[in-house]
Design a binder for this molecule. Structure first.
Ligand SMILES: C[S@@+](CC[C@H](N)C(=O)[O-])C[C@H]1O[C@@H](n2cnc3c(N)ncnc32)[C@H](O)[C@@H]1O
Length: 178
C-alpha cells in the first residue's frame, strides 16, 4: 500500500484555519459556559468555589493567574496571549487599577465582540498571532496565556515571543493542559 505523507507545515496551517473557524463560529456559545465569557476551565478550591456555579470557578482561575503576576502599584502593561473574549483582561482591569491590558487572538469575532465588552476600559484586543506579534520588544510587565498555547503545541516560538515582549524582570503565567 502506498502512503502519502503530509508536510508538517501544511498540517499546521490546516489546523490553524480550523481553529480560527471554530472560534469565529463557536465563541458566542461560550455565554452558556460563562456569563463573563471565560473560555477556560475553572480552578476548584474545596469549600470556596462551587463546581455547580461555574463562573465562580472560572473567575477563580483568573484570580490565581493574575495574583502570580505580582502586579505592584505602578503602571503595569499586561498582554494576554490568546485572549478569547478578554475575560481575563476584564478581570485584571477590575481588580488592578494600574493595569493597561492588551490581548491578541486570531479570531475576528473575538476581536469585534471582545472589544465591545472592553468599551470604556483600559484594554484592547488585536488580531495578531502570539507567535509573532507586532509589539516592540521589552514593552510589557506581565504576560498571561490561559489555555491558548496548547493550540500551537506549546511551541518554542510562543515562549520566545512572550520572552521578547516582556521587560527584564517581567512575569509570565501560563495555565494550560499538557
Ligand atoms: C480556549 S480559548 C482561551 C481564551 C482565553 N485565554 C480564556 O481563557 O478565556 C483559546 C484562544 O487562543 C487563541 N489562539 C490560538 N492560537 C493563537 C495564535 N497563534 N495567536 C493568537 N491567538 C491564538 C484563540 O483565538 C482563542 O482566543
Amino acid at each position: 500500500m502506498k502512503t502519502q505523507s503530509i508536510p508538517y507545515s501544511d498540517f499546521a496551517e490546516q489546523n490553524r484555519i480550523e481553529m480560527v473557524d471554530f472560534y469565529n463560529e463557536a465563541t458566542e456559545d461560550y455565554e452558556f459556559w460563562s456569563n463573563d465569557y471565560n473560555m477556560h476551565f475553572g480552578y476548584f478550591i474545596p469549600f470556596k468555589t462551587n463546581p455547580f456555579k461555574r463562573d465562580s470557578m472560572l473567575n477563580e482561575m483568573n484570580n490565581q493567574v493574575t495574583k502570580r503576576l505580582n502586579i505592584g502599584k505602578t503602571k503595569n502593561r499586561l498582554i494576554d496571549l490568546g485572549c478569547g473574549m478578554g475575560a481575563t483582561m476584564r478581570y485584571a482591569l477590575k481588580h488592578y487599577k494600574n493595569v493597561v491590558a492588551y490581548g491578541v487572538t486570531l479570531s475576528y469575532f473575538q476581536v469585534k465582540k471582545g472589544n465591545e465588552l472592553l468599551e470604556g476600559k483600559n484594554g484592547i484586543i488585536l488580531k495578531e498571532n502570539y507567535n509573532n506579534t507586532s509589539f516592540q520588544s521589552d514593552s510589557f510587565d506581565s504576560a498571561v496565556a490561559i489555555e491558548s498555547f496548547c493550540h500551537s503545541g506549546h511551541n518554542f516560538n510562543s515562549l520566545k515571543e512572550m520572552h521578547r515582549l516582556l521587560k527584564p524582570g517581567g512575569r509570565f503565567v501560563m495555565a494550560d493542559a499538557f
